[in-house]
Design a protein around this ligand. Structure first.
Ligand code: ZN
Length: 411
C-alpha cells in the first residue's frame, strides 16, 4: 500500500502549514531543509514525530493556527509523564464527527438507534467522540459516562438502548452483571462498539455470547483526533482506516523502514487535513499489520488487524519479531486451554530458546497437547517453541500482557 497522489498533495499542504506555524515539526523540517514533498520517496524521508515531542510542546506548543481559531482542547491522560494537549479547530471537531459517524454507519447503526455511551467525558477524547458521531448520525445519545452499574442497567432497560459503547473490560463487567441479575430478556442491545483497549479473542467471544450482540472494534488515539479513525465492517476482516483523513504506514520499529503489507510492525499515522495540531509520521507504538487484499464489503479503505500490543512488547527471537498477541491467538484456537500463558526466552548454548507455558483442563494428554500447540505456533511465527503444559490455575494471573513475557537473555 503506497501513498497516493492526493495524499501526497495533502501532506505537502500540511508541511507548508507546519513550517509557517514554526511548531516543533515545522522547526524539524527547517533544520532538515525540507520545504515540501512531491513523491512517495520524499514522504518516506520525512522525520518521525514522537510522543516526547508532544510532551515537550506542553501546554500549547502544538498549535498550528492562530488561537482565535481553536475551539477546544483535549488531553491524553498523562499517567506516564507530562500530559499532551491537542488543540482542535471547528473543522477538526467536525471532521472527527464525520469520521465517527462513518464508523457507526459501517457497523450498520442508524438514526433509529439509541446509543448508550459509557466511556468518560471530559479532557480525554473518549465519551465526547462517541457523542459527536452519534449526533451527526442523528441517533439518540444516552451520555452515561462510566461507573454506577445499577443506574447503567436501569437506563439500558428503560430506554431500550440498542447500541453499547464501552471499553472491553467494562462491556464484560456489564455482561456479567446482566447475567447475574437474570435481566437478559429486558436488555435490547444489538451491537457493541468497543474501543481503546487491546483484547483477546476469548474475551471478545464472551462479551458477544453473554450479551448476544455483534461487536465492532474502534480505533483511534487522542493525538490523532481520538477514537473513530477506523472500525471493522460487518464482514469482520479487520478495521478499515479512513485514509481520506489519516494516512497509515506500518514500520519495523527497529529500523524505521516500511514493512510489506501483511507483515506486523508499528502503526505510524499522518493527518491529511488537520488544522489545530497536524501530525506527520506520528509513531503510535501500537502494533498491527495491513491486511492485504480486498474486503468483501467492497470499500477501498485499508484494513488493519486487531492491535497486537505495544512496540515495547515486541520480542526479537532468532531474528524474528514476535508479539505476545500472536501466541495468544494460537492459544485461543484450542478450547482445552485457558487464556493464560507465559513466555520465557533464554540464551542457551549459543542460541535463543523460547519456552511457552500453557494451561490445560486435563481433558487431553499433555504430551500430545504440547506437540499440537508447538506445531501451530511454528506455522504462525516461523520457528518451534518448547511447549510446557501445566494444570489449570498454575500460571500467575496478570492483567498486563507484558508481564507474561520473561526475557532471561539479558539478566
Ligand atoms: Zn469491509
Amino acid at each position: 500500500m503506497k501513498i497516493n497522489e492526493k495524499q501526497i498533495e495533502l501532506i505537502d499542504k500540511q508541511i507548508k502549514r507546519l513550517i509557517e506555524s514554526n511548531n516543533f515539526y515545522g522547526q524539524k523540517l527547517k533544520e532538515e531543509g525540507i520545504t515540501g514533498i512531491n513523491s512517495a520517496q520524499d514522504f518516506e524521508n520525512l522525520p518521525f514525530s514522537q510522543k516526547q515531542d508532544l510532551r515537550d510542546a506542553y501546554p500549547l506548543g502544538l498549535m498550528a493556527v492562530p488561537e482565535k481559531d481553536v475551539v477546544r482542547i483535549h488531553s491524553s491522560s498523562g499517567t506516564t509523564g507530562t500530559p499532551v494537549i491537542i488543540p482542535y479547530t471547528a473543522k477538526d471537531v467536525d471532521d472527527w464527527g464525520e469520521m465517527f459517524k462513518r464508523c457507526y454507519e459501517f457497523a450498520g447503526i442508524t438514526n433509529k438507534d439509541r446509543i448508550h455511551i459509557t466511556p468518560g467525558y471530559g479532557l480525554w477524547t473518549a465519551g465526547i467522540g462517541f457523542q459527536n458521531g452519534c449526533e451527526k448520525l442523528g441517533a439518540m445519545a444516552v451520555p452515561m459516562g462510566p461507573g454506577n452499574t445499577d443506574k447503567q442497567l436501569q437506563m439500558m432497560m428503560d430506554l431500550k438502548s440498542t447500541v453499547l459503547c464501552a471499553t472491553s473490560s467494562y462491556a464484560l463487567l456489564l455482561a456479567e452483571e446482566i447475567e447475574k441479575r437474570g435481566i437478559g430478556d429486558k436488555i435490547h442491545l444489538k451491537k457493541g462498539v468497543i474501543g481503546s483497549e487491546r483484547w483477546g479473542e476469548k474475551m471478545r467471544q464472551r462479551i458477544k455470547t453473554e450479551l448476544g450482540i455483534e461487536l465492532y472494534d474502534i480505533y483511534g488515539l487522542t493525538e490523532i483526533y481520538g477514537p473513530g479513525i477506523g472500525i471493522n465492517c460487518q464482514y469482520d476482516t479487520g478495521m478499515h482506516i479512513w485514509d481520506d483523513y489519516v494516512y497509515i504506514e506500518i514500520i519495523d520499529p527497529e529500523t524505521g523502514k516500511n514493512v510489506e503489507d501483511g507483515e506486523w510492525g508499528e502503526i505510524v499515522l499522518s493527518t491529511l487535513v488537520k488544522e489545530g495540531a497536524p501530525l506527520i509520521r506520528y509513531r503510535t507504538h501500537d502494533i498491527s499489520r495491513i491486511i492485504p487484499g480486498e474486503c468483501p464489503c467492497g470499500c477501498s479503505y485499508p484494513r488493519i488487524d486487531v492491535i497486537a500490543g505495544r512496540s515495547d512488547d515486541m520480542i526479537k527471537i532468532k531474528g524474528v519479531n514476535v508479539f505476545p498477541k500472536q501466541i495468544e491467538e494460537v492459544i485461543a484456537t484450542f478450547p482445552e486451554l485457558s487464556s493464560e500463558y507465559q513466555i520465557r526466552i533464554s540464551h542457551l548454548e549459543g542460541r535463543d530458546t523460547m519456552r511457552l507455558y500453557i494451561e490445560t483442563d486435563g481433558t487431553r494428554d499433555f504430551v500430545e497437547m504440547a506437540k499440537k500447540v508447538a506445531e501451530k505456533v511454528k506455522s504462525r511465527i516461523g520457528f518451534t517453541p518448547i511447549v510446557k503444559v501445566v494444570e489449570l490455575g498454575v500460571l500467575p494471573r496478570s492483567e498486563k500482557k507484558s508481564k507474561r513475557v520473561i526475557d532471561e537473555r539479558y539478566q
